[in-house]
Design a protein around this ligand. Structure first.
Ligand SMILES: NC(=O)c1ccc[n+]([C@@H]2O[C@H](COP(=O)([O-])OP(=O)(O)OC[C@H]3O[C@@H](n4cnc5c(N)ncnc54)[C@H](OP(=O)(O)O)[C@@H]3O)[C@@H](O)[C@H]2O)c1
Length: 310
């Protein structure tokens, strides 16, 4: 099969011909129709996870996927050949990835049914970013009448976080810096916009002198955002590995590590199917243009970049 892989540490990823993987016990094999780019793919390609996670070469890049089940391993219940699915590759080692024609994934985590009304392109863009957003919004414990700042609202995670925060009843203040970005976040339900190229906390305190109830931190300097939070507020961050990285006595700091349970993936897909949320796709690429997709991701995105595999 064709897949974007690298054969050893230091080697550049390229489209290679490698063996089609066989599903182990508890796994399904998915014929991948679409996959999306996340920051972790670039980090793995750059070798940043060397020494942190086992690498089984050739390492195929890609976490997010959507496609069709084409083989079912022993002991799997609930999935059959032909099912439309989507999710996130969650294995404890790096090797199996979604930027290829097939990927094997555990059925128990990181996999869910893709509703017929949700396209493979949308499904491929929903898994990791959607899960991170859902987990961050849950960690922020939002409710009606609360005000939340979403810092990094224009990215893949931010797009989903803004919409989920709105659905929780909160008033959303979003970061953006261009007219296009402002239109995007207000279209998703944000009622106020702050320019992240200026002092975000200072802008927040003009309209909310006591500070906002919660910050969902997906981009920018955490310490610089903290003054925007009221006493007793919650600071949920996908960037902090531990609360000790943001010492404060006046707020609760919650590091968020996306956990793509089937329940969370089902919730995200159902929201899209019911048109409660949308997935913003900025651009799609054929597999052999993955390098351009990586370059575009690095340069900054408004929404998700999707690689189509046919
Ligand atoms: N912990 C986890 O499990 C987990 C899971 C998924 C993602 N993440 C992390 O969460 C973060 C967001 O992910 P993503 O996929 O949404 O990334 P992304 O698509 O790169 O989005 C980041 C967005 O933030 C904007 N931005 C840049 N600097 C900013 C600033 N100072 N203040 C506010 N916004 C700023 C960017 O705008 P421009 O395009 O204009 O630069 C971009 O739209 C990443 O750091 C990612 O690694 C963590």
């Amino acid at each position: 099969m064709r897949a974007v892989a690298f054969a050893e540490f230091g080697a550049a990823p390229e489209v290679q011909d490698i063996a089609i993987p066989e599903p182990a016990e508890g796994e399904v094999r998915v014929q991948v129709r679409a996959a999306s780019v996340n920051g972790i793919d670039l980090a793995i390609a750059a070798g940043y996870l060397n020494g942190m996670m086992e690498h089984r070469f050739p390492v195929v890049l890609g976490k997010d996927f959507a496609g069709v089940v084409d083989a079912v391993g022993a002991g799997v219940e609930g999935y059959a050949v032909g099912d439309r699915v989507f999710g996130v590759v969650t294995k404890a080692f790096l090797g199996d990835g979604s930027f290829g024609e097939y990927v094997t994934v555990p059925a128990a985590v990181g996999l869910a049914t893709l509703p017929d009304v949700v396209s493979f392109t949308e499904g491929a863009a929903l898994g990791l970013a959607g899960t991170a957003a859902a987990d961050a919004v849950d960690a922020a414990q939002l409710g009606a009448g609360q005000v939340v700042l979403v810092a990094g609202a224009t990215g893949g995670v931010g797009n989903q976080a803004v919409q989920l925060a709105v659905r929780s009843g909160a008033t959303v203040v979003a970061t953006a810096h261009s007219t296009e970005e402002e239109a995007l976040v207000t279209g998703l339900g944000a009622v106020e916009v702050v320019d992240y190229r200026e002092d975000v906390a200072a802008q927040i305190l003009v309209a909310h002198p006591e500070g906002v109830d919660a910050v969902i931190h997906l981009a920018g300097d955490a310490a610089a955002l903290l003054p925007a939070l009221r006493d007793g507020g919650r600071f949920a961050s996908t960037l902090l590995g531990s609360s000790e990285q943001l010492p404060t006595e006046s707020a609760t700091v919650v590091p968020v590590y996306a956990s793509p349970s089937t329940a969370t993936l089902d919730r995200l897909a159902e929201n899209v199917a019911q048109q409660h949320t949308t997935v913003t796709i900025e651009r799609v690429y054929p597999l052999d243009q993955f390098g351009q997709a990586f370059a575009d991701f690095r340069a900054g995105t408004v929404g998700k970049l999707v690689i189509l595999i046919d």
